[in-house]
Design a protein. Structure first.
Length: 201
């Protein structure tokens, strides 16, 4: 005859396998995954700093991308490239190099220094509605952040498990009018430049 415990265990083993296989699909469905603007040249503006992301070549070839520019010029333009598998790559217009989430360096900085496209240069484009996007580095499964704890210039690093304000960016096609920068949080002092200091009485 047969043992009902064996059949029962096989049933639950199959059910667990089905749930585990379906889980990634269900998780992907919770985020709105819109089509990335593949083939377009875009700008990114950090929600954290209110400034544009730059691949500043004056900082050195291994310097991370930073969110510290008031306007869009050549260093602040990135071409969206199809990286295969539903992922995208960012190519800096300023030097023609791919942006990489470099795991050989602390905090996994984003650096525009790769001549070819590989696993470190793949990102998931997660549309957050209202012209906002979050980028997840595929090689480390972490979100890209303009990390103000690492510097006021907002260096971009791929080390966040979950997205929030620092991991969110406005984006637009180069030539389009960017939205106005977000207002400072309540109670924050306005940025009046490096030569002005505000003292509380």
């Amino acid at each position: 005859m047969y043992n009902s415990n064996i059949l029962n265990n096989q049933y639950w083993t199959r059910m667990v396998r089905i749930v585990l296989l379906a889980l990634p699909t269900l998780m992907m469905a919770t985020a709105t995954l819109a089509a990335a603007p593949v083939g377009q040249t875009i700008w990114l503006r950090s929600v954290a700093t209110g400034l544009f992301v730059s691949a500043d070549q004056n900082r050195g070839s291994f310097a991370p991308l930073v969110a510290d520019r008031a306007s869009v010029a050549g260093w602040e333009q990135f071409q969206i490239v199809d990286a295969g598998g539903g992922f995208i790559a960012l190519r800096a217009v300023s030097n023609g190099r791919y942006v990489s989430a470099d795991t050989n360096r602390a905090n996994v900085p984003l650096v525009a220094d790769r001549a070819t496209l590989g696993a470190w240069e793949q990102f998931q484009w997660v549309d957050n509605a209202a012209g906002q996007v979050q980028l997840r580095a595929v090689n480390v499964n972490r979100y890209v952040s303009a990390d103000l704890n690492l510097g006021a210039w907002g260096p971009l690093v791929a080390n966040r498990i979950a997205p929030s304000g620092w991991e969110t960016f406005f984006w637009g096609v180069v030539g389009s009018t960017p939205p106005p920068p977000p207002p400072p949080p309540p109670g924050a002092n306005p940025d009046l430049g490096p030569n002005v200091a505000i003292f509380e009485p």
